[in-house]
Design a protein around this ligand. Structure first.
Ligand code: 26Q
Length: 824
């Protein structure tokens, strides 16, 4: 029978140790006398992996046998981070492993630390996909993720002389968490010709004869749920040369070199994750990646459906496919192609199936991030798909013309093909037309897409097609795993660990916000987390920071819209203010550590200048004897999931300060609050809902509102832009050379001064500085500060990705959990 937790865990710590030793001695062919931490990590992983496999097989058998509707989450990014810690916790056997490892002479933290992050994503969108997989499994939904098995994840960031340097992230030297399925391989076509024939019934049959074939090979990754035997599957596709036979013939013809070259070309498709976050740069290889992944995934899904021998019209009753942004939108076209060209369905019947099957999640309103591909590129790479897109567009335009016969401009605005030169395919429009639901990721964002970029589509399809599902995070990784001590303390006041499955149970903490003893324990945990981070900073950068100082953290991708530049300008302002003070007064100021982290896209020049400025300010401020511990500036290199697990629990204050209306949701804001930190932020994305849930007194909001942004930008363009006087002082100091050659930061200053200040740094600066002063004031009263933190955590239940996944399941997918208590 299925127990509440994993059926397949170890019986006891000795059972675990035995398996660990067996893997060291046989699988790894080493001796226990020569077993370093890395080998102990490998063996521990193999031991836990064996346990997962049993649950995984049973879950898959059960799902196949019951044949309920399944969810397929298509995402080009899965930012998974480490797997061992997560597997131990989800199985419920980390304590046992800790005891076993300790008996063998290892500290479990050191073993966990050996693992290389699986970094197959850029930032928010990729990490969201990973949180969703955790929730889908934990809630027992029959669900698969589909993605690409990149050979290189997001680059590793080094800081050299204050500048970002990118190093490739080859992560597959040893990866026990994936299972190659060489038997599951699919040939994917590109290029070639389209043929039209008339069959014996007079019906036109279209076929595509590709000019190039590439083979997709499946690699499966088990996704364990928390406190349940459900273990779902993440299938990642790897590209290989299509047919060895083909190469062999060429080899025999003496074309060895060109055969090898072709093989390498094929392997290139899944070689590297594009490191752009919120930016579209129409590269041909990226479109190839998208089609390769989408075609392989759909082939797999369709094959699974066909085994059930149901009629095609039941496809949407068995299959829900979610498009994580527009990156997989070709799936809409590919399914239509399969149904009409290969399965012989009529256009309308096929199209109804397609639309019922897909849901589309939008993650951005930034114009530079909205995907477009040139018609010419499509014609060259996917000629048959281009025809189908034209047909989809034709039928759509005809419908709109009937609805709005007098609005001539409407057709131009909503056409899937943008009539520019070159002509472009607008992927978001294709995704909307091809899906039955479109959702944004936080309330403000979902409202904005309805009133701005997709306004016409609301008029055409009606408001019910558009919905909101506010993002969430998994409390397993982001509380239980990252902050075990806080999680344990919470458990003592919330009747045990139940809050990890039902985060609304955190509300039981509310009554302890005024409990002195509880606050003391709470504060001690925060302090210990800060000590751990301070130690890391000392060891990796040689900078001493005082763990009693206020830790002010901004960690996320570097982007002008996220406004790290405003943060560092604010730090400079603080530095100048401290310098100008009489020593007596200075001594009384609140000590602070400003912590930054995040990667810049390699081609994003302005983002790289921001990193350089932060580091340059750090080397001046950190070595100024007048300042001492009152202000330190630290840039932590190579921010990633495992670093986030260390940094977030150590924050007192975190910064979520995007120009209002630009950050679709943000999810780290939720992680910081859940770990007992407060936020300084703008009225943007999920900050607004966090405020509503936790209370206005427990967040430091500042700045202009989204509704005012357009007018402010307009004013800038017409010269009505008087720079904030405090910001002018900051610029003057930069230009004096205090932080190195002013030319190095010329772009940053000019973007505010000369180029219209698109992100409203100057407009928000005063309110930002004032609000930081309020933070200093509030932090002086530690009792009250901690009580704000406790209240906030108590009110964070809404932001679990479990709530979020249940909303998708009900309002978009129409799927139900497969309850595992009774055995199938
Ligand atoms: C597009 C075309 C070509 C190459 C790359 C891309 C590309 C890649 C990644 C475009 C966008 C992304 C990532 C976007 C992203 O992470 N968006 C974030 O999604 C989070 C989850 O919903 C939100 O919380 C953030 O607000 C949003 O910025």
């Amino acid at each position: 029978a299925w127990k509440k937790h994993s059926v397949s865990g170890f019986s006891d710590k000795d059972g675990f140790e035995k398996e660990l030793v067996r893997h060291v001695e046989t699988t790894l062919a080493r001796s226990m006398y020569n077993c370093d931490e890395n080998a102990a990590y490998a063996a521990s992983s193999l031991a836990f992996r064996d346990r997962l496999i049993l649950d995984w097989n049973r879950t898959q058998q059960r799902q196949t046998y019951r044949d309920n509707k399944r969810v397929y989450y298509l995402s080009l990014e899965f930012l998974m981070g480490r797997a061992l810690d997560n597997a131990m916790l989800n199985i419920g056997q980390k304590d046992l492993a800790k005891a076993g490892l300790s008996e063998l002479g290892y500290r479990i933290e050191d073993i966990i630390d050996q693992e290389h992050d699986a970094a197959l994503g850029n930032g928010g969108l990729g990490r969201l996909a990973a949180c969703f997989l955790d929730s889908l499994a934990s809630l027992n939904y029959p669900a698969w993720g589909y993605g690409l098995r990149y050979r290189y994840g997001i680059f590793k960031q080094q800081i050299v002389n204050g500048y970002q340097v990118e190093v490739p992230d080859y992560w597959l030297h040893f990866n026990p968490w994936e299972f190659p399925r060489h038997d599951i391989s699919i040939d994917i076509g590109f290029h070639g010709q389209v043929h039209k024939k008339t069959d014996e019934n007079g019906k036109t049959v279209t076929s595509w004869e590709p000019g190039q074939m590439v083979k997709a090979v499946a690699y499966d990754v088990p996704i364990p749920g928390y406190d349940t035997p459900t273990t779902n599957n993440l299938r990642l596709w790897s590209s290989e040369a299509a047919s060895e036979e083909f190469d062999f013939q060429r080899f025999n013809r003496g074309e060895y070199e060109s055969a090898v070259a072709e093989q390498q070309t094929a392997e290139t498709i899944s070689a590297v994750l594009y490191p752009n976050d919120n930016l579209d740069r129409g590269k041909e290889l990226r479109l190839k990646q998208q089609y390769f992944w989408v075609a392989a995934s759909l082939y797999d899904i369709v094959r699974r459906f066909k085994k059930s021998r149901r009629p095609w019209r039941e496809f949407p009753d068995q299959v829900a496919i979610q498009l994580n942004d527009t990156h997989p939108t070709l799936a809409v076209v590919e399914l239509q192609r399969v149904l009409i060209d290969l399965e012989g369905l009529e256009w309308d019947d096929a199209w109804n199936i397609v639309v019922e099957t897909f849901g589309y999640t939008n993650h951005t309103v930034l114009p530079e991030a909205l995907e477009k591909w040139s018609v010419g590129l499509f014609q060259h790479l996917l000629p048959r798909h281009l025809q189908i897109i034209y047909d989809i567009n034709l039928f759509f335009l005809q419908k709109v013309e009937r609805m709005f016969p007098d609005d001539r401009d409407m057709l131009r605005r909503i056409s899937i093909i943008e009539e520019a030169s070159p002509k472009m395919v607008r992927m978001a429009y294709l995704a909307i037309v091809g899906s039955h639901k479109v959702n944004g990721v936080a309330e403000l964002h979902s409202d904005l897409i309805k009133t701005t970029i997709f306004k016409d589509f609301v008029a055409i399809f009606g408001p019910d097609k558009f919905t909101n599902v506010t993002n969430g995070i998994t409390p397993r990784r982001w509380l239980h795993q990252a902050n075990a001590k806080l999680s344990d303390l919470i458990a003592t006041k919330c009747e045990g660990n139940g809050f990890l499955n039902d985060l609304t149970m955190l509300s039981k903490l509310e009554k302890f916000a005024e409990d002195k003893e509880f606050r003391k324990e709470w504060a001690e945990i925060k302090f210990a987390n800060k000590v751990r981070l301070a130690k890391y900073i000392k060891e990796t950068m040689g900078i001493s920071v005082n763990p009693s100082a206020l830790f002010d953290v901004q960690v996320k991708r570097i982007h002008e819209y996220k406004r790290q530049q405003m943060n560092i300008f604010g730090v400079i302002h603080r530095y100048l203010t401290l310098k100008a003070m009489a020593p007596e007064k200075r001594k009384k100021q609140q000590p602070r550590v400003s912590i930054f982290g995040g990667k810049a896209a390699p081609g994003y020049w302005m983002a790289k200048q921001i990193i350089h400025l932060i580091n340059s300010v750090g080397s001046v401020v950190n070595n100024d004897a007048d300042i001492g511990d009152l202000l330190k500036v630290v840039f932590i290199a190579d921010y990633n999931v495992s670093k986030a697990e260390m940094i977030i629990p150590a924050s007192d204050l975190s910064e979520h300060i995007s120009t209002a209306g630009t950050e679709a949701s943000g999810t780290s804001n939720m992680k910081f609050v859940l770990n007992g930190g407060l936020i300084i932020g703008t009225c943007d994305g999920a900050n607004i809902e966090i405020t509503r849930e936790t209370g206005e007194n427990n967040i430091f909001l500042f700045g202009n509102l989204a509704e005012d942004v357009e007018d402010l930008r307009h004013a800038h363009t017409y010269g009505q832009h008087s720079l904030d006087p405090d910001l002018v002082k900051v610029f003057d100091e930069i230009n004096k050379g205090t932080f190195g050659s002013p030319e190095d930061f010329g772009g940053l200053v000019a973007s505010v001064r000369e180029h219209g200040d698109y992100y409203l740094v100057s407009d928000d600066f005063h309110s930002y500085i004032e609000t930081h002063a309020l933070v200093d004031e509030a932090y002086k009263n530690q009792e009250e500060w901690v009580s704000k933190c406790v209240l906030s955590v108590a009110r964070m239940g809404f932001f679990s990705s479990d709530r979020c996944i249940n909303e998708y399941a009900e309002s978009i997918w129409n799927v139900e959990p497969l309850v595992v208590k009774d055995d199938a």
